[in-house]
Design a protein around this ligand. Structure first.
Ligand SMILES: [Zn+2]
Length: 232
């Protein structure tokens, strides 16, 4: 399996590329799955890349105009997702973001969109982790696709319980009114790609998609790096 993103037009500036290279000299780039040192332009090592399963299924997010995911969430990709979520990150945002950009191009969504919005974290959670993992991925996708990213367009205004142990209906109730559009002018009339790290039932993406449509978004496409098989 080769990385098609390398043949994309380069929207990353030379300065950004040089910065990545210098970082690589100081802190060698590692495969986010196994930790093997890789080239600064590589996302995964070739051994891990071969084991990853691309997400080929079709899934609908309520209220959205389309959905795509790069990988099926399984034990082969989970170490990269854990790196991203545990506040270590490493090369995980680069690898997962590039894979998602590739998927967005192949699915046709990239050419239909004009703005990228990451799923926001509550400010307490963002402070604790030090960053929003969906925003890091969205930044990579933005660099690859040449689309602007609007991380401040939507905010999470209410802290919510973890969705993990909740049923589908409980997840929807849990998220009700949790998000707000902070900058309606960045949403109105826009064709938006809404980006999350992992999609389980899609409740979070659906809640934000509904909000974006209420704020006159022209289109809302949802995208996640990984999609779980759970659809309960
Ligand atoms: Zn590896």
């Amino acid at each position: 399996m080769t990385s098609l993103w390398k043949s994309f037009p380069v929207y990353e500036t030379m300065n950004q590329k040089i910065k990545r290279y210098i970082l690589h000299i100081l802190y060698p780039t590692k495969c986010p799955v196994c930790g093997e040192i890789i080239d600064f332009n590589d996302d995964f090592c070739s051994v891990c890349r071969e084991k990853l399963t691309m997400y080929e299924g079709s899934y609908s997010i309520r209220g959205a105009d389309g959905f795509c995911a790069a990988f099926l969430y399984d034990g082969n990709i989970s170490p990269a997702v854990m790196l991203l979520k545990d506040g270590i990150c490493g090369n995980a945002d680069f690898a997962l973001g590039n894979a998602l950009a590739e998927r967005l191009v192949n699915s046709g969504i990239a050419s239909e969109a004009d703005t990228i919005i990451p799923v926001p974290l509550h400010k307490k959670d963002k402070r604790q982790r030090g960053y929003n993992q969906s925003e890091l991925i969205a930044k990579q996708v933005s660099l690859r696709l040449g689309l602007p990213i609007c991380p401040d367009a939507v905010e999470k205004i209410r802290h919510t319980a973890s969705q993990k142990s909740l049923s589908q209906s409980e997840r929807i109730t849990n998220l009700c009114g949790a998000f707000s559009v902070k900058k309606p002018e960045l949403v109105s009339g826009k064709r938006i790609i809404l980006i999350d790290d992992v999609c389980t039932t899609g409740s979070t993406l659906a809640e934000i998609a509904k909000l974006l449509k209420e704020n006159n978004a022209a289109k809302v496409y949802c995208a996640s790096c990984c999609k779980t098989e759970l659809t309960d």
